[in-house]
Write a protein that binds this ligand. Structure first.
Ligand code: FAD
Length: 279
């Protein structure tokens, strides 16, 4: 990483190469923390660039297997050809999920901007029967309630987040209502699903999930982003299934911008800088 990258993105990104991601994943595994590894990149318009990202994911899958790591990978459709054409995204997605399945690695489809939600869900459902895949849904979108019901009807695996992009008021909830909706969707997942992931750093939500766990006698999985609340993740991992989302690669600007935006509250930035996040 360059010095600039280190200063601006170093706390959220684990390096630029597959090997650096693997080193962090190995360290985390010693703390019972699983990794959800993402090769940074989005909004790819060239087929060659999309194909190059596929190659990196194939290398990653191979290395995860070699190191016997209990990790998943997280991929973004616009990085892999959604904006090139249907043929490219279908071919690339299939290549990745087939290689991952062969090596017993779970694949998560990240959810990007609202305009891509329909295509991402269609892609997910098209190949869901092959197994080994899950999809992220965002509680800040008004449409998510019906998407979640539909995906569960197709035996999909859901990772629930609040949502990280700026969306218009007509289609999305504000912060307070997206948190409220998260709680509502979480309870629905407890009722209807046996395999789901709660991806959040919101301690109130996490605490209420512990109560729901008792009520429904079900154990969800948890996930956080690397560098936000690592210490909390470490503690939760002592008793529960916890993953950290580990991004690596050169294309760090958009991801880091979203994290900065979320920590725009000055008190939050100060606290997160003072808190030792190193594991
Ligand atoms: C594993 C994982 C995968 C994700 N995948 C996606 C995806 O595919 N699509 C998508 O749109 N979004 C994704 N996100 C991001 C998510 O949508 C939120 O933007 C992000 O998690 C912050 O929301 P929160 O639930 O933590 O709640 P918030 O209410 O935003 O935060 C709760 C608390 O967490 C802490 N916190 C949160 N963010 C920061 C920060 N940047 N710096 C310092 N402290 C912070 C603060 O203490 C805050 O009070 C993912 C998140 C996780 C954890």
């Amino acid at each position: 990483m360059s010095i600039l990258q280190k200063i601006l993105a170093g706390r959220w990104i684990v390096g630029t190469t597959v090997n650096e991601a693997i080193i962090t994943a190995v360290d985390l595994s010693k703390l019972r923390i699983n990794s959800m590894i993402n090769y940074l990149g989005e909004d790819t318009y060239k087929k060659e660039d999309a194909n190059q990202s596929v190659d990196i994911y194939l290398q990653l899958i191979k290395k995860l297997k070699q190191n016997n790591l209990n990790s998943s990978i997280a991929i973004k459709p616009t990085q892999l050809g959604l904006l090139v054409n249907k043929e490219t995204i279908n071919k690339n997605y299939l290549k990745i999920i087939k290689a991952a399945k062969k090596n017993n690695i779970f694949v998560w489809l990240d959810m990007e901007k609202y305009i891509y939600v329909n295509n991402t869900i269609s892609l997910y459902l098209k190949y869901n029967s092959l197994g080994n895949t899950g999809i992220c849904l965002q509680s800040y979108l008004k449409r998510t309630n019906s998407d979640l019901i539909k995906i569960l009807k197709h035996n999909g695996v859901i990772r629930l987040v609040k949502g990280a992009y700026t969306e218009s008021k007509s289609i999305s909830y504000d912060k307070k209502d997206s948190t409220k909706n998260y709680s509502h969707l979480m309870e629905y997942l407890f009722e209807k699903s046996d395999n789901f992931t709660l991806a959040t750093h919101d301690l109130n939500i996490i605490k209420s999930s512990f109560e729901l766990s008792k009520k429904y006698n079900k154990e969800p999985k948890y996930a956080m982003l690397y560098g936000i609340r690592n210490n909390l993740a470490k503690n939760i991992a002592k008793k529960h299934n916890m993953s950290l989302y580990l991004p690596f690669g050169e294309d760090w600007i958009s991801y880091s911008y979203r994290r900065l935006k979320e920590s725009s509250n000055f008190k939050l930035v100060l606290r997160s800088l003072l808190e030792n996040q190193k594991i």
